[in-house]
Design a protein around this ligand. Structure first.
Ligand code: SF4
Length: 351
């Protein structure tokens, strides 16, 4: 269950193939693999080496993705395979994203959906590593999940081609798109080995055209990726291209992998980034990875009423009227789905 012919590739001369899943558009020689190491050319045909081969499966509160305006309180079955199309020096899942060996447990799409149901989940999330590189597995699972009424979400670096977005769109309800360093192209080149950030913006526009609910994160990395001007520029782009109601999460960096000498992001830096993003015109800006910070909460953009109080992944107070309106001034708050009571706020791993 690990070798499946790829979607979205084209054949080229001399048994080469071109993969059109992500912005790298790798041209792969016969016998070679793509940059992500999990897509292989065998005799002029491209195969996924990780189809149905999960390296991790967990039950997560949806707030962990983070998705704050989509089915709040829901539980999701999170799955990942090995591999990634980025080389982030600060990756907190580097053991599974950067390992050259393709490992994993046989966990076909039908079993993923069954495990979701058995664990009281109402959706599936393709996450931890980059879902684009296990696209066929995600696609088949998402299709099956939809048939039984579940939703699907990607947590992605956004480096997807428009073709990939269009292909998964009928089954993809929401995406968390993760920026790093304020989308600074030099930061991406230096710390993630990504030649251009343009494909991320193109993918986001394609998601919008396909009515996929999008929430954006930006990892604020102290000293090397914490320019407030850049963060404000990114916030302005989000407002203009995706709308002022798009949730924008500013995430605190923690040292990991090859960037262990860097410090955690000072909370004051995150607060400056928060103010700059609000000044840019975004209505829903959040600070993430700082449990207990007031900017974990949702406030009414009109009257500033506290609408959803959170602590880390937990909703501790819900103060919205049934039709998702502010109970004080009646402003409609863009939240998809309904509050899912009875979930839990701590993740647990199946494997
Ligand atoms: S998904 Fe992998 S093989 Fe395909 S273009 Fe991206 S890095 Fe290359």
């Amino acid at each position: 269950m690990s070798s499946q012919e790829a979607l979205l590739y084209e054949k080229a001369d001399n048994k080469k193939v071109k993969c059109n899943l992500c912005g790298r558009r790798c041209l792969i020689n016969d016998g070679g693999t793509g940059f992500c190491l999990v897509r292989k050319n065998e005799g002029g045909r491209l195969f996924s080496l990780v189809y149905g081969k999960a390296i991790s499966a967990s039950v997560d509160p949806i707030e962990k993705k983070p998705l704050s305006h989509f089915n709040p309180g829901a539980l999701v079955m999170s799955i990942a395979t090995m591999g990634c199309n980025f080389r982030c020096q600060f990756c907190d899942n580097w053991m599974i994203s950067q390992d050259k060996n393709v490992a994993g447990k046989n966990f076909p799409p039908g079993e993923v959906v069954k495990a979701a149901r058995d664990n009281a989940c109402t959706g599936i999330s393709y996450t931890y590593t980059e879902p684009t590189i296990f696209f066929e597995y995600a696609y088949d699972t998402a299709k099956l999940a939809k048939q039984v009424g579940f939703f699907n979400t990607f947590v992605t670096n956004g480096y997807m081609t428009p073709e990939a977005v269009k292909t998964i769109a009928p089954y993809l309800d929401a995406a968390t798109v993760d920026f790093k360093g304020g989308a600074d192209p030099e930061f991406y080149k230096t710390f993630s080995a990504v030649p251009s950030v343009t494909p991320i913006f193109e993918a986001l526009q394609e998601m919008k055209r396909n009515d996929i609910h999008v929430e954006i994160t930006n990892l604020v990395v102290p000293k090397i990726g914490d320019s407030i001007e850049r963060i404000k520029e990114l916030a302005i782009w989000i407002k203009d291209a995706l709308g002022k109601g798009t949730p924008f999460h500013l995430l605190r960096f923690h040292p990991d992998y090859k960037l262990t000498t860097a410090s955690a992001t000072p909370v004051e830096t995150l607060e400056k980034a928060y103010m700059a993003s609000k000044d840019a015109g975004l209505n829903y800006v959040y600070i993430g990875n700082v449990p207990g910070h007031p900017s974990e909460n949702t406030y009414c953009p009109n009257c500033n009423e506290l609408l959803i109080k959170r602590y880390a992944f937990e909703i501790v107070r819900w103060n919205l009227a049934k039709d998702m309106r502010c109970p004080v001034c009646g402003t409609e708050i863009p939240i998809i789905g309904k509050l899912n009571p009875g979930g839990h706020s701590y993740p647990y791993a199946l494997f």
